[in-house]
Design a protein around this ligand. Sequence first.
Ligand SMILES: [Zn+2]
Length: 471
Amino acid sequence: MTSALVVDNVFVPSCSDNVAPTIESTTIKSSSCSNVEIAAPCRQLRPRRESAKFDEREVVKKIRSVVDQPTFSGDDLAFLEQHDSLVKLVKRRRSSYSKHKERSKEFEDEPEILKQSCIRLAEAIRSSKHTIMYTGAGISTSANIPDYRGPDGVWTKLQNGQTVTVDQSLVSATPTYTHMAIEKLLQVGALKYIVSQNCDGLHIRSGVSPDNISEIHGNMFTEICSECHKRFYRIFDVTEHTGLRRHMTSRCCDVCGGKLKDTIVHFGERGDKRWPHCWESACSHVNDADVIICLGSSLKVLRSYKQLWLTDRPKKCRPKLYIVNMQWTPKDSQAVLKINGRADDVMQRVMTQLGLTVTSYESDSDALLRLAIPIASSESETFRTGIIRVPPTHAHLLAHVTPDAAMRVDPNCPFSRKIGPDDDDESTRADLSRDTAVVSTQPDMPGWFGKGRKRVLVRKNSKRKRKKVLE
Ligand SMILES: [Zn+2]
């Protein structure tokens, strides 16, 4: 007799009759014969299954060593023939691994190809009615913020068991040429909207209006009231006390007293597509778009946001896709043009083609200064991280900021203490070292960078360990 069994509503595969019942076995009910107690022999199959897996692994190991040889003996050929299905499996795995390695390589197009591609991209922007742009970590690498999936990316390094060090406080990073060029395109109407995966806030700091951007994974300088949804821009990283599934920032709303929370989608979390990322606004611009430019993103996360790609439309009716990235992306085959180049380099060429001059970033006119709301006097001890550079014209933002926080990033701030390599003050050195965030060794480090990633890695490793114990 062979029958399917149900244990607490969980389907259990059927077992053959020739396995003896055990005393330890669970009492289970047959789906076809209710309330009849029978013994579950499945447990006895487990050691047999594990032993079979072990044998299979040994065979796979041997297949690998055999196929690596330059020539095969008669015995080798017979062995490979005997395990034909496993040989195919080894070949499939090898091909998939080498494809993955190839796709993760970064490379730049030849200068002449790059030049022609940039001319085509500029022409597409010029003739488009509604261009929108999707930006990723690749546009901030020249601001010394590491990306995720590049050869030196956070994701890549942590997966290889390496330590990731961010050499500067993320607060002290400033907008790059690309950020300023994008702002210029918005200013002249050549670009209508930005959807960004970046949390570094550099688009806003370059002068992009919050109405022209959806920061779908949040902004490290923004906190939002959990009650009335008022948005607060700050001059410091609001995520010091937040992390995976912990979003409260320890400050309160000045309108309704509700608790404030960060806007970051931490590693390991799924983004809420309704709030706070202006998702409706992003979707509305996607619907109107005739050109989409993807800049500095591997698109491995962005591709899962189906609405951004209008996959419900026939291919001919979708916006033209232009991709600028050093690595392969899953959307390359759908792009009318793929440019393998650095964001700053490509944007410089495109802006020259369009005849547009890009102004350099000036810290005195950082747009975050205009948007920022000063903290209350009772909240001066709610953060230890540094602040962006604040010129004397915006001194009101520093009213309740402690001198320590202000000094940590900007030695020229209105407070008079100096920080530098020659400073002998022990506490100052401690402050400086705190600003150098080491992702993999400081679980409580200030800032959003890589926090959840550490936990995701730990979880994955525990799964692997459990698997090894079973093996
Ligand atoms: Zn509120």
